[in-house]
Design a protein around this ligand. Sequence first.
Ligand SMILES: [Zn+2]
Ligand SMILES: [Zn+2]
Length: 350
Amino acid sequence: MARSMRAARFYGPGIDIKVEEIPYPTPGPGDAIVRLAACGICGSDVHFLEGMPVPGGVPFTLGHEPAGIVETVGDGVRAWKAGDRVAIHLGSGCGVCRPCTSGHPNCCPALIAPGLHIDGAFAEAIRVPVGSLVRVPDGVSLVAAAIATDCVASPYHALKCRARLRAGERVAVLGCGGLGLQAVSLARVLGAEQVVAVDVSAVALERAARAGASACVDVSGTDPAAAIRAVIADGADVVIECVGAPETVAAGVRALVPGGRLVVVGVGMMPPAIDLPQAIFALQELSVLGSFGSHQADLEEILALEAAGTIDIEASISHRLRLEQVGEGLEMLRTRRGDPQRIVVEIAAP
Ligand SMILES: [Zn+2]
Ligand SMILES: [Zn+2]
């Protein structure tokens, strides 16, 4: 009988996730089969539950924050072998298009991302092109490596590659969920002098204080830009927007000092309403930038920071679930029940 595996399958909004037996993946040329150890649950998984179409269609296996151990490799693969500990990066671009050759492979129109375009990692094993594998250093757990792939590498990319944060600058983070909290601690690691954490949840702000925020402001019913300026009078050099709402994008612009950069990390579908005279962008040399995912080099640097003990990714995990609990975990994240920070699914060998 053909080999099979367990996978948590998504059939569409409003339909319960079902853990089913599906055919075990086999590697094509240039692929690896990775036996999965862990996969984080991300806010963007919740968008699919709420109706955003899955690029790969349904039924589908979600999960784009994985790590595990290489089991087999396909023809032509020499750099990887069975037993290698790997994190799976969010996607490998085609390598030849303009975005790929101009330093934006994460924006390749032909991006192949597990959990978005090809079956993801809420399963016992996954088939991926070896171009998306990143080696996990000794001493870094596979659970930490899983969370690193998106939740940590994405805000790192936003701060380092997009905002080009310099030591001594002042940063504000709008929205302190999974990614935002990492942005707070990474801004500190990159030398920010002040980090203002902004949220509407007391629990999130307590966590932000522990993550190294120099000020935590609850903006329930108040203007986030005014709240940031109450702490940083001139305005912030860098604002990281992790909410994905029109109001927070606008507030981010209004919170900037001349020369400041707003980096939009949040993914929202509404048009942003920036209620400011256009001249402000010219007169104050303001920049509005987007940031999506990360580069493999970002993930490698994050794993090195974890190996060196500079950051502590496991401390950000609030809940550990089993594969059978993927649906429950997604629902927890959607409703914020139990105040999840990062939920990780640990995938046990059968
Ligand atoms: Zn994600
Ligand atoms: Zn490309």
